[in-house]
Design a binder for this molecule. Structure first.
Ligand SMILES: *[C@@H]1O[C@H](CO)[C@@H](O)[C@H](O)[C@H]1NC(C)=O
Ligand SMILES: *[C@@H]1O[C@H](CO)[C@@H](O)[C@H](O)[C@H]1NC(C)=O
Ligand SMILES: *[C@@H]1O[C@H](CO)[C@@H](O)[C@H](O)[C@H]1NC(C)=O
Ligand SMILES: *[C@@H]1O[C@H](CO)[C@@H](O)[C@H](O)[C@H]1NC(C)=O
Ligand SMILES: *[C@@H]1O[C@H](CO)[C@@H](O)[C@H](O)[C@H]1NC(C)=O
Ligand SMILES: *[C@@H]1O[C@H](CO)[C@@H](O)[C@H](O)[C@H]1NC(C)=O
Ligand SMILES: *[C@@H]1O[C@H](CO)[C@@H](O)[C@H](O)[C@H]1NC(C)=O
Ligand SMILES: *[C@@H]1O[C@H](CO)[C@@H](O)[C@H](O)[C@H]1NC(C)=O
Ligand SMILES: *[C@@H]1O[C@H](CO)[C@@H](O)[C@H](O)[C@H]1NC(C)=O
Ligand SMILES: *[C@@H]1O[C@H](CO)[C@@H](O)[C@H](O)[C@H]1NC(C)=O
Ligand SMILES: *[C@@H]1O[C@H](CO)[C@@H](O)[C@H](O)[C@H]1NC(C)=O
Length: 479
């Protein structure tokens, strides 16, 4: 170690310890505790490890009252999170059979909000969310006061519920809230997602925190809940993150980590966790439909969100390509009685094939321009980017229509005529399992090959970074 660094380090350490310990912007994933009945401590650790690798800060544990798996799952989850330095908070689900009784909420929060793995809001208080439960809004002044009496008012609680059914005006008029979350993460019919609702929340909340929802997809077909509809996914995973970069909300919550029943999971499909599908879906629309590839661009996107502007400050250390599509054209099989839009939300119903498009969608985090080709069934065509980043470095996005083609899917990126990345995905078929169209998406991803000249570039970057650290050390010494 150089003498410069030897005395530089303690000063740096001193500097950083005087910075606020709690980071402002954070990214959560909504986590269905109901699917963890068979989870071991190892499963929890595995999910948390994957979430951390994707730059997530915490899971929002969605739990209904009096569910048999709650006690053991909470115990395992907090143990796993503490061990891996990850964070968790409760999102109490009031939409199921029974809403949460006040005394039970007080007992739960008094026990867990002091846990070192419990997620803390910017002011240090434990963050508590809900899924719905506006009818229980009057409970919360009392809940906060009584838990604070047990654990201290600096510990409990920052209350940031999702009361989407009440809307931003009514929900923000409740004085016990410290912020709100919205569940409006999908566009209407065949429209593109916009930020009108997010802006309504942010303006109603003024300086209180907003949790902005981001989701890649929505297809549910569960007889036990009488649910069978799609909302538009397609470009959404790209579009919505761009909206996050624009609006810069205090928090982002990904919907979801593991809601298999609504097809918006970004976590792994674990055998033994998808019982909700076995119990009431007319066919299995989740098995062999991995969504892990949607996580591959998260470290970059989250880096951009946290760096504030989304204007290219974040280094692209590894170029990635992620690709998603449905496995059959929308008109080949029975549509399963699935509607586009939801009757229970009072929306005008459409055909699912009018909402979801027969296209192969692709997003890539790139250091610079690449040419893209999409081959379906051996018909290999040059394809376009619909969106490219300012300055050439960042997230590229596009899609290519099936155009009646079926067969093997291959997406190829090349730069200056040299192969950069190639993803071979599952076949698009003319037929469907049980003749029902699976409106869920298949997602694949690859990491780009590194060329030797890029390794040279990397070495220079590292050198520059350590020069910068040394400069800062010198500066802090002189001050
Ligand atoms: C599934 O969960 C059940 C109940 O916990 C357990 O007995 C079984 O071994 C699990 N199966 C697999 C394949 O993990
Ligand atoms: C909780 O669930 C059990 C069965 O799982 C039931 O016997 C009990 O009455 C429930 N308690 C409440 C308060 O609903
Ligand atoms: C909900 O309540 C009904 C009737 O009270 C019961 O049959 C069902 O098992 C409950 N479901 C859950 C998930 O607790
Ligand atoms: C209280 O929290 C601890 C973990 O800190 C857990 O092991 C225990 O089961 C919890 N008890 C109750 C009643 O929730
Ligand atoms: C955003 O989408 C909603 C739902 O379709 C629509 O009502 C609203 O007018 C749109 N906002 C803008 C600015 O177009
Ligand atoms: C747990 O495993 C049992 C036995 O395999 C299965 O019936 C149940 O649906 C599983 N639970 C979940 C949440 O997947
Ligand atoms: C695809 O993305 C997932 C999630 O980021 C990652 O774990 C996996 O290694 C990636 N696979 C490839 C081939 O790059
Ligand atoms: C690319 O994907 C890998 C594996 O998921 C991840 O470690 C890496 O951070 C990703 N790169 C970017 C720029 O997001
Ligand atoms: C900026 O992005 C990088 C990821 O490339 C991340 O490590 C860093 O924490 C981000 N900066 C802030 C202030 O969050
Ligand atoms: C499958 O669905 C298509 C479109 O609804 C229909 O024309 C065809 O007869 C069905 N095939 C079988 C084997 O049911
Ligand atoms: C499509 O063309 C690209 C670029 O020439 C090539 O790398 C790729 O292997 C081709 N794929 C197929 C399936 O023909």
């Amino acid at each position: 170690m150089s003498p410069l660094r030897a005395w530089g380090l303690p000063i740096l350490a001193l500097l950083s310890s005087s910075l606020p310990q709690i980071q402002a912007k954070s990214v959560f994933a909504h986590f269905m505790v109901a699917n963890t009945q068979n989870y071991t401590l190892t499963d929890w650790k595995s999910d948390i490890t994957l979430a951390k690798a994707s730059s997530l800060d915490a899971f929002a544990l969605n739990a209904g009252f009096n569910q048999s798996e709650n006690a053991l799952s909470f115990h395992h989850a907090f143990a796993a999170a503490a061990e891996t330095n990850f964070k968790l908070f409760f999102s109490l689900d009031y939409s199921g059979n029974a809403s949460w009784p006040k005394d039970q909420v007080i007992a739960l929060l008094s026990n867990y909000t002091t846990h070192p793995a419990y997620f803390r809001h910017t002011d240090g208080r434990a963050l508590v969310g809900t899924f719905e439960g506006f009818e229980a809004a009057p409970d919360w002044a009392d809940i906060k006061e009584r838990v604070a009496r047990n654990v201290g008012s600096e510990t409990c609680c920052a209350f940031i519920p999702d009361w989407t059914s009440a809307g931003p005006q009514r929900a923000s008029s409740i004085s016990s809230i410290d912020g709100l979350m919205s569940w409006d993460a999908w566009p209407y019919g065949a429209e593109s997602m916009n930020t009108t609702m997010d802006e309504a929340y942010m303006s109603a909340l003024d300086s209180k925190a907003y949790i902005m929802p981001v989701s890649p997809w929505f297809y549910t077909n569960l007889r036990q809940f009488n649910k069978n509809w799609v909302w538009r996914g397609d470009d959404l995973w790209y579009t919505r993150w761009q909206q996050v970069l624009e609006l810069q909300p205090e928090y982002v919550e990904i919907l979801t980590w593991n809601d298999y029943g609504e097809s918006h999971y970004i976590g792994p499909v674990r055998r033994n966790a998808t019982g909700v599908i076995d119990r009431g879906a007319p066919f299995d629309y989740v098995a062999d439909m991995p969504h892990d590839g949607w996580r591959s661009n998260l470290p970059f996107l989250i880096g951009e969100y946290k760096n504030g502007t989304g204007k290219g400050e974040v280094e692209v250390e590894e170029e990635n390509l992620s690709v998603w599509y449905r496995l059959s054209p929308g008109d080949r099989c029975d549509d399963g009685g699935t509607s586009g839009n939801s009757e229970s939300s009072g929306e005008v119903l459409m055909k699912p094939g009018e909402v979801l498009q027969d296209k192969v969608f692709y997003s890539a985090v790139l250091d610079g321009w690449a040419d893209v080709r999409v081959a379906i069934g051996g018909v290999n065509r040059s394809a376009d980017w619909s969106d490219t980043p300012d300055g050439g470095k960042g997230v590229y996005h596009g899609s290519a229509p099936f155009d009646g083609r079926t067969g093997e899917v291959e997406v190829t990126l090349s730069r200056d005529g040299e192969l950069l990345a190639q993803m071979k995905g599952r076949r698009i078929e003319d037929s469907c399992p049980g003749n029902y169209t699976n409106w869920n998406a298949w997602v694949g991803n690859v990491t780009a090959v590194r060329r030797s000249d890029e390794n040279g570039g990397m070495a220079i970057r590292i050198q520059r970074a350590s020069l910068w650290v040394m400069g800062l050390a010198l500066l802090s010494y002189l001050m």
